[in-house]
Design a protein around this ligand. Structure first.
Ligand code: 13P
Length: 261
């Protein structure tokens, strides 16, 4: 049986300029160091705005910090006349490991379709980045179709186009739980994450379903992370608001201490 290393990921969204980004990453590092929490059992990743990535990379690499980092979006294209877009090739040159794709704020605010999410996922994989594929239902979807129907359809649309060896992370983020303070219950998160794992098995392979990490996102805090992490199919969290507070984010990262307690 494969053990999946938990991933706690901070999506900063459009917060922190590059100077604040550097101070913030240092603060998380000091806080975890003071708490004597080794970053062996949990992977920590930060997703700063594009303009911060070079500074965050320089800090992480020069101080040998055990953090991964990535971008919040990527162009489906390699280069050319795409004003304002950022190529996966550029992100890879900055040593990004991950890129978030299809966040609901992009699906809604930028009208991104499943086709675009698929094209961006393929672009990420082509450039050696691990896509964090975001799926989730709105409150209307929840009422009309139940919790898992929309996320399952969104994930199937992408995975049906990928090859068997693709490495990816899935993030289940119910839109109604994002920034609302109203997280899903652990049982709700488990139900949908289990359905998403079945999609991975059907569209990619059972090995990929065993190995791929599925995150929950939506009003995750230090007070509820342990309850999500107790669920069998929840392998981590994609954290928004609470990832902007170093003390709080460091507490979330230390969830194993709460799970065991
Ligand atoms: P909150 O943690 O602020 O609800 O945001 C979740 C999110 O959108 C992470 O991508």
């Amino acid at each position: 049986m494969v053990t999946r290393r938990p991933l706690i990921a901070g999506n900063w969204k459009m917060n922190f300029d590059h100077l604040r980004a550097v101070a913030f990453v240092q603060k998380i590092a000091w806080t975890l160091n003071d708490a004597k929490f080794p970053l062996t059992e949990v992977e920590v990743a930060v997703f700063p705005p594009f303009t911060d990535i070079r500074s965050v990379q320089t800090l992480i690499e020069s101080d040998s910090l055990s953090f991964s980092f990535g971008a919040q979006d990527v162009s489906p294209f390699d280069s050319g006349a795409y004003t304002g877009d950022i190529s996966g090739e550029f992100l890879k040159r900055l040593n990004c490991r991950y890129v978030i794709i299809g966040h609901s704020e992009r699906r809604q605010g930028h009208h991104e379709t499943d086709e675009q999410v698929t094209a961006k996922t393929k672009a990420a994989l082509k450039h050696g980045l691990v896509p964090v594929i975001c799926v989730g239902e709105t409150s209307d979807d929840l009422e009309e179709f139940g919790a898992s129907a929309v996320p399952v359809t969104q994930l199937r649309a992408v995975l049906s186009e990928l090859s068997a060896e693709s490495e990816f992370v899935v993030a289940y983020e119910p839109v109604w739980a994002i920034g609302s303070g109203q997280a899903a219950t652990p049982a709700q998160a488990q139900h949908v994450c289990a359905a998403l794992r079945t999609v991975i098995a059907e569209e990619i392979s059972t090995e990929s379903a065993e190995a791929s990490r599925i995150l929950y996102g939506g009003s995750v805090k230090s007070g509820n992370i342990a309850s999500f992490m107790r669920e069998k199919d929840v392998d981590g969290a994609l954290v928004g608001g609470a990832s902007l507070d170093a003390e709080e984010f460091a507490k979330i990262v230390q969830f194993p201490r709460h799970v065991i307690a």
